[in-house]
Ligand binder design. Structure first.
Ligand code: TEU
Ligand code: CA
Length: 607
């Protein structure tokens, strides 16, 4: 059951006292961010709308079903635009909405110019885009062009014969050293797929192997072929000409392959992404794409930088190079995993990642800040504490960090409600091809015990993020009116849902909203210099953001224990701009430079 947007808005407005401090920078309320003057900040950043934006990611399959088939769809998203707008975000990133047989939930595209039938029609897409524009938001699409579906017309042709005109749209190789195709070890090299097993699949029609770094149904496209590149640029223009505002580019650092296709060493095989990424012609391709397409529009581009180190990052995003605007580096989001296995992370490690990100990028580079997406567990479960006692404050603490670090923040659907990981019990509870394939490769072969596998996967699985959005306390959380959603709803939906949280002034949702508003009004929180005041502290993350005369101090207690925190010499707390316990500084019993931080307390001071 849906709650009418108007009603929700009325509830939210009355329940939320307007108690925000307002800084009035000259550009705070720029009507159209893209029209703002391209000025330079006091510390040397070129102002851009995409640096000042807050992005909200939608995974369409799990957001809102409009026709009761248990699958989220475009009409469903359109019906929720008021909710998204009220949060205060400026840009929506839509995970793939294209025609797909869904081997990997839309990341296997069959037709780049068609809308997935389950999600609706092109008319539905146009209505969605129109609704987004009417609300002064922007839309970026997922561009998945490292690979396509094996059901794409290009691949259907390509696999037919060695002399087919589409053969070179993909990467085909004969068996190794003249071995018998299909015999064990005759794959062209030892590259592995991220979804288990060899990255090569023998195709009987021609007796050759094709490369697939992901699922067998996701053959890698051959970017060496200029015809393929022209096709990609054309399809990008197709969507940009409709008025979309840019792209999130799926595993874009993988598009250029080392043409000698060398075997990986055992060490490289531990983390093959670092060898697959940053191939020899990557910069050439991105610059060509920029010249032919991107430079002709006012757009935002975010590359998924899987396998890219922080040292390599400026080469992709330095604005003088004309490649991408931002990337997603994986070090923070995957801090609690090693080789796909859960590990205990520490706060100094997390702080070091952000400090390095800051040091390695100069004023010509700008990056993203994110702790979740559709490929990662819920941040309140990984980086906070999702127990009943601390779910709310720790989700708010994470938001405080997300919106006060230097970079464009990305919010994944449901994180603004403090949605948590799912209590997976059995392999049948999972849908993700990554999990199903790993189960076959590890458990079915007897390499790993069932319990060990499940214990790990319940913490690391991508399906944690993919359970349906929790809209209200009605059945299936208001996600679908049908009997069965495609993936089960988290059983905590009666307590954690949008209807309840939009009406509660102290909810995670309303804290996100206020935090976004504070950030929007404070240029120092967007562009300001970052300084970690105490890199070694085991549970407190304390940093300043300074721009000209304006300075903010952020203090985060990343633990379930109260802490007396003594500010470093010379640092004063100042005026509390926002805090996740919504109390006055005097209520906390602070004295001088000693802060009495409650468990998971987060504070932002204007100094
Ligand atoms: O993900 C890139 C990627 O390789 C990882 O984040 C991935 O989740 C992990 O390796 C799985 O074990 C992108 C998309 O975001 C993801 O959803 C797709 O499955 C993948 O590319 C292939 O398109
Ligand atoms: Ca549907």
């Amino acid at each position: 059951m849906k709650v009418p947007g108007k009603l929700l808005r009325a509830v939210a407005l009355t329940a939320l006292p307007v108690c925000l401090f307002t800084l009035q920078p000259d550009w705070a309320n720029a009507e159209s961010p893209s029209k703002m003057p391209d000025t330079v900040t006091a510390n040397g950043y070129h102002r851009k709308w995409w640096k000042e934006a807050v992005v909200y990611q939608i995974y369409p399959r799990s957001f809102q079903d409009s026709n009761g088939d248990g699958i989220g769809d475009l009409k469903g998203i359109t019906s929720r635009l008021d909710y998204i707008q009220r949060l205060g975000v400026n840009v929506i990133w839509l995970s793939p909405h294209y025609d797909s047989p869904n081997a990997d939930n839309g990341y296997d595209i069959r037709d780049y110019r068609k809308v997935m039938a389950e999600f609706g029609t092109m008319e539905d897409f146009d209505a969605l885009l129109k609704g987004i524009k009417q609300r002064h938001m922007k839309l970026i699409l997922d561009l998945v062009v490292n690979h396509s579906s094996d059901e794409h017309r290009w691949f259907v042709e390509s696999r037919k014969a060695k002399d087919n005109p589409f053969r070179d749209y993909y990467i085909w190789k004969p068996a190794k050293d003249g071995k018998e195709p299909g015999a064990p070890g005759s794959e062209p090299n030892n590259w592995t797929s991220f979804f288990s097993g060899s990255a090569w699949k023998l195709d009987p029609a021609t007796g050759e192997y094709y490369l697939h770094l992901f699922a067998e149904k996701q053959p890698d496209l051959n970017w060496e072929n200029p015809k393929l590149r022209a096709e990609v640029y054309d399809l990008m223009k197709f969507w940009l000409d409709k008025g979309v505002d840019g792209f999130r580019m799926d595993v874009i650092p993988f598009i250029s392959k080392n043409q000698s296709f060398p075997d990986l060493t055992p060490a490289q095989l531990e983390h093959p992404e670092f060898t697959y990424a940053m191939g020899p012609r990557l910069h050439e391709y991105l610059q060509e794409m920029n010249r032919n397409v991107l430079s002709k529009y006012d757009v935002m581009t975010v590359g998924e930088a899987f396998g890219v180190t922080l040292d390599q990052t400026p080469s992709l995003i330095d604005e003088r190079r004309n490649e991408l605007n931002l990337v997603f580096n994986f070090s923070a989001v995957r801090l609690d995993q090693d080789h796909g296995t859960w590990r205990q992370w520490t706060l100094p490690e997390l702080k070091a990642i952000y400090a390095q990100q800051d040091q390695k990028l100069d004023v010509h580079s700008w990056n993203s800040i994110f702790l979740s997406n559709h490929d990662n567990p819920r941040p309140v479960s990984s980086f906070g504490d999702d127990s009943a006692a601390f779910r709310v404050p720790s989700a708010k603490l994470i938001a405080t960090m997300l919106f006060t670090l230097k970079g464009t923040p990305f919010v994944y659907q449901g994180d603004e409600l403090g949605m948590t990981n799912y209590p997976f019990k059995a392999i049948e509870d999972f849908n993700d091809i990554a999990v199903i394939n790993a189960w076959k490769a590890k458990v079915v072969t007897g390499k790993v015990s069932k319990d060990e596998f499940l214990e790990n996967i319940r913490r690391t699985s991508r399906d944690n993020a993919r359970t349906p959005m929790q809209w209200d306390a009605s059945s299936n959380a208001g996600f679908t009116t049908g009997a069965k959603p495609w993936l089960a709803v988290n059983p905590n939906y009666k307590d954690v849902n949008a209807a309840q949280e939009t009406a509660d002034a102290h909810s995670v949702y309303n804290y996100y909203r206020r935090m976004i508003e504070v950030r929007r009004g404070a240029p120092a929180l967007i562009y300001g210099d970052f300084k970690d005041l105490d890199p070694a502290h085991a549970s407190v993350f304390a940093y300043t953001r300074t721009l000209g005369a304006a300075s903010y101090l952020v203090v985060l207690n990343f633990s379930g224990t109260p802490i007396e925190y003594v500010l470093p010499a010379g640092v004063k707390a100042g005026h509390l701009a926002i805090g996740n316990l919504e109390r006055n500084a005097k209520d906390s019993g602070d004295s001088g430079s000693t802060l009495h931080l409650a468990p998971w307390e987060a504070r932002v001071y204007r100094q």
